[in-house]
Design a binder for this molecule. Structure first.
Ligand code: GDP
Length: 325
């Protein structure tokens, strides 16, 4: 999802398509060190956007903890090390807001990292993402001057939009609810169940805004990035700055889909972290802000879902793997 949005963004900014090197998961398994190294040796890219990850919602994170930690550690270690080995000077690593402690002071600023215990439902994924930030920092610290490398990290809040994973159980809340409300509407079902209590609060960002922020941070002058970060606290939060309860979110999605039945809550499902609002002041001061508000973004996401529904319905039942090279 994010990788495709970054490609859209780069094309929109006038980069010729032939300069963009992409690989699908079927074409290149980034968890395979030899294959990844061969890719870098033969393509010799100048810059790398590392958006590839094994991702999923609260249920997928709890169900596949081994796959979430292993795949993400391997993919990012292989990409970052091979990028370095083959002379890539600029790399942007995409992390996640779940790197912050479960009960971090809200809104969570960059320096909340490693100040407390993580949310258990996604701890393995969060540990991998924290390791990704530390990989970038460690390569910068050891080889920044000698090799002229500059590896940066951005931490997106919960993302949604075109190309999302609409798997009924393994997806994040927005694609999960878009699909559930749509199917309930088609079936004239009297009610739709929302997982958990509906009271957790989340922040959401439309994926094309995240892509714009990624390109913006990649292209910031080195001095400005260095002035606004520290060698061992180098990541930058990217959020919308607005949070909403899951109950309120469900009401908006119900409206966007046009479903007229009731909403119920399933307390048997986990709530996860009570709040996950990031402090995105740093990227604001650096001159970037989001453009798409939640209601507009949800309408765009639902339009994308409808365009692709037949394909989504088949592939979501087949696989929960949402790796986006
Ligand atoms: P999280 O931000 O890591 O907790 O990831 P999710 O996007 O999976 O879940 C966000 C919140 O939405 C949690 O409190 C879930 O319990 C709640 N939620 C409600 N309905 C759903 C659903 O259908 N799918 C998902 N993934 N979460 C849901």
């Amino acid at each position: 999802m994010v990788g495709s949005a970054i490609v859209r963004q780069l094309l929109a900014q006038g980069h010729p398509a032939k300069q963009l090197i992409t690989r699908t998961r079927a074409e290149l398994d980034l968890a395979n060190q030899a294959a990844t190294d061969w890719f870098f040796a033969s393509e010799k890219p100048d810059q790398v956007y590392l958006a590839a990850a094994r991702v999923g919602g609260i249920h997928a994170n709890s169900t596949y903890p081994a796959e979430f930690i292993y795949s993400n550690l391997m993919m990012q270690a292989n990409v970052i090390h091979s990028a370095f080995t083959h002379g890539v000077k600029k790399l942007l690593f995409l992390g996640s807001s779940c790197i912050y402690p479960r009960l971090a002071t809200q809104p969570m600023a960059e320096d909340a990292l490693l100040t407390g215990p993580l949310e258990p439902t996604n701890e393995p994924y969060a540990i991998a993402k924290i390791a990704g930030i530390k990989l970038c920092e460690s390569y910068n610290r050891q080889f920044g001057e000698s090799h002229g490398i500059d590896y940066r990290s951005v931490m997106p809040t919960n993302l949604y939009g075109p190309g999302d994973n609409y798997h009924p159980e393994d997806s994040h809340v927005i694609p999960g609810l878009i699909r559930r409300f749509h199917e309930a509407d088609q079936a004239n079902a009297p009610s739709v169940a929302i997982w958990g209590s509906g009271s957790p609060r989340r922040e959401f960002l439309y994926v094309d805004d995240m892509a714009a922020a990624s390109v913006y941070v990649m292209n910031l002058p080195k001095v400005r990035y260095a002035q606004n970060t520290q060698p061992m606290l180098s990541h930058i939060n990217v959020g919308s700055g607005k949070e909403i309860s899951i109950k309120e979110l469900a009401e908006i999605i119900r409206k966007v889909v046009g479903y007229e039945g009731h909403i119920t809550f399933d307390p048997g499902k986990p709530d996860g972290a009570p709040r996950k609002l990031m402090n995105s002041k740093r990227i604001g001061l650096l001159g970037w802000k989001p453009r798409v508000d939640l209601e507009e973004g949800l309408n765009l996401a639902y339009a994308d879902f409808l365009r692709n529904f037949r394909r989504i319905a088949i592939s979501a039942h087949q696989s929960s793997d949402t790796t986006t090279p």
